[in-house]
Ligand binder design. Structure first.
Ligand code: ZN
Length: 203
């Protein structure tokens, strides 16, 4: 499986990092080795002093598709989840300055937390899902999918022009504001509509 991530999909997050608002979705990939195995902690890598949490709504692809029309995109997923796109912000800033690819800052081992998935039929509207991240019990990020610049179906249409989507691929749909540094002993928990979908300890 592959992981496709959307960057800069929430205006307030674009503003907090003082990025430009993009005219097209910003896309990057993570390899399957980025996924933190269930029950394992997230270990801060040695090459960074500033790893940020980015909580994101996830979409799991359920069939193969390419050049998917946005109006048919809903047929390509049944489940919605929640995860973390861990980002070595110090490294990413250096790479961005030089115009270099972000992979070292975004796709390293352990950089993807993928929580449990929930049937999309459990949500009244996919463009009105509340989600949040807590750190040691305190809410640090909270978002609603209504604030996404590109909605799930538009993202699927867009990315499938470039990458064939396969069963089991996961799309990270971007983070809302509130990204911040993690430290050893932090415990991060992710909730969708009050339902806990992951818990991960930082080491
Ligand atoms: Zn992200």
């Amino acid at each position: 499986m592959k992981i496709i991530c959307i960057g800069r999909n929430y205006v307030k997050h674009i503003e907090e990092l003082q990025n430009e608002r993009p005219d097209e979705p910003v896309i990057f990939l993570k390899p399957d080795t980025a996924v933190v195995q269930k029950q394992f902690p997230f270990v801060i890598p040695e090459f960074t002093n500033d790893v940020h949490h980015e909580v994101e709504v996830l979409v799991k692809i359920n069939k193969v598709g390419k050049y998917i029309d946005a109006k048919f995109a809903h047929k390509y997923y049944d489940e919605i989840g929640l995860g973390i796109d861990f980002t070595a912000r110090d490294l990413q800033s250096k790479l961005k300055e030089k115009g270099l690819p972000w992979e070292k800052a975004k796709a390293f081992d352990g950089s993807a937390v993928i929580g449990e998935f929930v049937s999309k039929t459990e949500f009244a509207a996919l463009d009105n899902i509340n989600f949040e991240l807590t750190n040691n019990g305190n809410v640090v990020q909270s978002g609603n999918t209504q604030h996404m610049l590109w909605k799930i179906d538009e993202i699927i249409a867009y990315v499938s022009q470039y990458f064939t989507l396969r069963t089991g691929d996961v799309i990270f749909t971007g983070t809302p504001e509130g990204v911040a540094k993690v430290s050893p002993d932090d415990v991060l928990e992710g909730y969708i509509e009050g339902r806990k979908l992951f818990r991960i300890q930082v080491k």
